[in-house]
Design a protein around this ligand. Structure first.
Ligand SMILES: [Zn+2]
Length: 424
């Protein structure tokens, strides 16, 4: 069911308490109409009294439990029915660090919401314990970055999950839709963008931040239900499961072992220089993790290229190339210089996957023909072409003649037969 938004989009939701109240009422009305009609009188009274109490200050919509210790989290999770859908979101900060810093974990299940403060305690044990007995869907929206932020808490990942962004793309709603867009599409509600850039590590969080964070999990369940129904009718449930599993698998891998492959500009280089490029890129990755600093603070991609093609012979030459990189201090400069000066061995060359060149003549024509075929099929299936087979994958197929790993799953039977005759 669709409802018109009750507040003016141009009036900032977060500076406007009334908007929160209206929004929360509308949210409640939606949820009541969608499910659990029997409990409506209780919920409505409970909710209205709460809203009235908070009117005039920034009301939360709906209210969430603030959790800052392990026992409380354990109790909250123990009350989640095993089959209940569990909505999960995080807020994190990635400011001047390699790893995103988890600042808040939001949970929603069976009409209860929790804001968990992971800066106060280790939420990992209670969470993994609850997940091990939880059977319902774990719903997240485009969670690859959340996974990075959650990795210290859940080193073994979520097990399984339902990505509403990916599901929406598979249902023909478009690629990369935001949570706001899905809330509008399926719940007829307009959410404010107000707190996307706020400081999630500050304490206490403002009422507006808490409301925003709660709303991030409030609609996950109705969106998931709508998408799940649609996926089933399209026969694409297994597609989503497969791609979500792949996302989990990717999240579990720490770093790319062959980062040089992304450097097309070095495709014509000698194998030795490609191996040296790989060596300093791996050093940068390792060091960035150790120092918990962004990679470009050591050196940028373009600098990596010039360090190899125009190898510095002295410390001052290295300093000239990497001037202004604030994480590159004395110790790191010495290490980097050693990496650059140690000769490349035959093993180094063997361990280095060669950089794929840009497609040439016949390959270029094959890429164009395959792209057209992918576009046609994508249109037939009402899928984004980029989801079916991204251009990068098409180029790789044209250059290597090999099917990508994603063709082992649902994509293979759809695409192999249609693309095979177009190979160069
Ligand atoms: Zn969020």
């Amino acid at each position: 069911m669709r409802r018109p938004a009750k507040h003016n989009r141009n009036r900032g939701l977060c500076s406007c308490p009334d908007a929160h109240v209206l929004l929360s009422l509308a949210a409640l009305a939606f949820k009541l109409s969608a499910r659990d009609r029997n409990r409506a009188p209780f919920v409505r009274e409970h909710f209205l009294s709460q809203t009235l109490n908070q009117a005039g200050s920034a009301a939360l919509a709906p209210s969430a439990d603030w959790i800052d210790n392990a026992a409380q989290l354990g109790d909250w999770l123990a009350a989640v029915p095993a089959e209940a859908p569990l909505g999960i979101d995080t807020e994190f900060m990635r400011r001047n660090t390699f790893y995103p810093q988890l600042a808040l974990l939001q949970l929603g299940a069976a009409d209860r919401y929790a804001l968990v403060d992971p800066t106060q305690f280790d939420a990992g044990p209670a969470l993994s314990q609850a997940l091990s007995r939880h059977l319902g869907p774990r719903i997240m929206h485009s969670p690859s970055e959340d996974f990075e932020a959650l990795a210290p808490l859940l080193p073994r990942g979520l097990g399984h999950f339902f990505d509403t962004q990916l599901a929406a793309a598979m249902c023909g709603y478009g690629l990369g839709l935001s949570y706001r867009a899905l809330v509008l599409q399926f719940c007829g509600m307009e959410l404010d963008k107000g707190e996307t850039r706020s400081d999630w590590l500050q304490r206490p969080l403002t009422a507006s931040q808490q409301a925003y964070a709660t709303l991030d999990v409030v609609y996950l369940e109705p969106i998931q239900q709508a998408l799940q129904t649609r996926l089933e009718s399209l026969g694409r449930t297994a597609w989503l499961e497969e791609d979500c599993q792949r996302m989990l698998h990717r999240a579990a891998q720490s770093g790319d072992e062959q980062p040089q492959r992304e450097f097309r500009g070095a495709a014509e280089w000698s194998r030795e220089n490609q191996a040296l490029l790989r060596r300093i890129l791996l050093w940068r990755d390792r060091t960035a993790r150790e120092l918990d600093t962004p990679r470009p603070w050591l050196f940028e991609d373009a600098m990596a290229m010039s360090m190899v093609s125009d190898r510095p012979q002295t410390d001052s030459e290295l300093a000239a190339i990497t001037r202004g990189r604030r994480a590159l201090r004395g110790a790191q400069r010495r290490e980097l210089m050693a990496q650059l000066q140690t000769p490349i061995s035959a093993e180094d060359v063997d361990a280095t996957a060669s950089i794929p060149p840009a497609p040439q003549d016949a390959q270029k024509r094959a890429v164009a023909a395959m792209k057209r075929e992918v576009d046609t099929l994508a249109q037939e299936l009402d899928l984004p072409a980029g989801l079916l087979c991204p251009r990068k994958a098409i180029e790789r197929i044209a250059i290597t003649g090999e099917w990508p790993e994603t063709f082992d799953g649902w994509r293979g039977p759809l695409l192999r037969e249609r693309l095979a005759p177009l190979l160069p």
